[in-house]
Design a protein around this ligand. Structure first.
Ligand code: NAD
Ligand code: MG
Length: 364
């Protein structure tokens, strides 16, 4: 029931760029709260054609008295494009937006990444507010200031670090989120615990059923704990000079799986789920971790309903070739995020390709 849904407030501490993340139900309608974050008289709302019919009006009721307009993307990763940044910038120009204008991103990671990058570009940087509507964007992409778009040559090749002014995570919007997208977001929650918080991992094991059933109290706590964890990492290493790279646990394997499936077989979170398990198996093979940790990860992923197997028909050699293209690598060797067990991830350079291949072959 909405009256009993808890709320959480998390501060991302980054000096002048610090901001607050609010998590709770019906926050879209809490106009007074987020409207106070708008400095000027202009606002551009960026959303997409799936989300706007559901939630845009509730948001724009809070923009009374301002000069505002909306820019709607078609749905899908393909629309996180440079061309759409251009159109969003044109929309700001048409609005007559000044330097104190604000962009509001209402949507998942696609909308948030593009809106944030547009905000970074207009007049060399204006405010933007994240209003994430997917679990993945609430626990991951809306926090931390990575913004950007895709090029035909690859995903997220163009971007900027640009922190939002606030994050408003209205968990009521998740009511309409497809179950598969919800589970994919949960993979990024589990990832945070697997990297650096064994107590949280325990808690997730105990609350897996409640989370799979979307129990709101458990959900708010899970989102808040993951956001608090990520906020800490970002505060210590905003531009990924070191520790922040740990957040890529499972991602080198995961991206290879996503790419091999032409981005149609696995959602990103599903690729990360399988990828984390492969990273755990590789860690075990290298003598870094124990099989009980691998097993606990596998069981937690399964309890949430996430995939744990490499889809059939994939070629280990091709996956390895794709892993060689990862941005983290230096010439000749693989650089992977592995772990010493639950809550203890580490960046490992010079991983032998033969070990990676062996783990991939065993997973087929
Ligand atoms: P998404 O934005 O494509 O949303 C997934 C799907 O759910 C879309 O079809 C969307 O229209 C729909 N949807 C969104 N909210 C809904 C709602 N409340 N009800 C019904 N349907 C809804 O995908 P995503 O998983 O949110 O984000 C993926 C993107 O995020 C990728 O582009 C990825 O690169 C990026 N990302 C960025 C960061 C970062 O740090 N900036 C981190 C992780 C991922
Ligand atoms: Mg991810």
């Amino acid at each position: 029931m909405s009256t009993t849904t808890p709320q959480e407030t998390i501060h991302v501490t980054l000096g002048e760029r610090s901001y607050t993340v609010w998590i709770g139900r019906d926050l879209l309608d809490d106009h007074a709260r987020w409207r106070a974050m708008l400095r000027g008289r202009h606002a551009l709302v960026i959303s997409n054609r799936t989300i706007a019919p559901l939630y845009l009006e509730r948001l724009t009721r809070g923009l009374d008295g301002l000069h505002w307009s909306s820019f709607l993307l078609e749905d899908g990763e393909a629309h996180k494009s440079f061309a759409n940044v251009g159109l969003a910038l044109e929309a700001l120009a048409t609005l007559g937006a000044t330097r104190d204008a604000c962009i509001i991103a209402l949507g998942g990671g696609v909308v948030g990444d593009l809106a944030g990058f547009t905000a970074a570009c207009w007049m060399r940087g204006i405010d933007f507010i994240q209003m994430p509507t997917t679990l993945l964007s609430m626990v991951d992409s809306s926090v931390g200031g990575k913004t950007g778009v895709n090029l035909p040559a690859g995903k997220n090749l163009v971007g900027a670090f640009h922190q939002p002014r606030a994050v408003v995570a209205d968990i009521g919007t998740l009511d309409s989120l497809p179950a598969r997208e919800y589970r994919a977001g949960m993979a990024e929650v589990i990832k945070g615990a697997a990297i650096g918080d064994a107590i949280f991992f325990n808690w997730l094991e105990q609350h897996a059923q409640a989370l799979a059933a979307r129990d709101e109290t458990a959900l708010v706590q899970a989102i808040a704990t993951k956001v608090r964890y990520k906020a800490g990492v970002v505060a210590r290493d905003e531009t990924e000079q070191g520790e922040r790279a740990l957040l890529n646990l499972g991602h080198t394997f995961g991206h290879a799986l996503e790419t091999a499936g032409h981005y149609t077989t696995l959602l990103h979170g599903e690729g990360v789920a399988v990828g984390m398990l492969l990273a755990a198996r590789l860690s075990e093979r290298l003598g870094m971790s124990h099989s009980t940790d691998t097993l606990r990860l596998e069981q937690l992923l399964k309890a949430i309903g996430l995939p744990t197997d490499v889809p059939t028909g994939y070629d280990p050699e091709q996956l390895l070739a794709l892993m060689r293209l990862d941005k983290k690598n230096t010439a000749g060797t693989l650089r992977l995020i592995l772990w010493h067990g639950i809550g203890l991830a580490e960046i490992i350079s010079g991983v032998d390709e033969a070990d990676v291949l062996a783990v991939l072959r065993e997973a087929m």
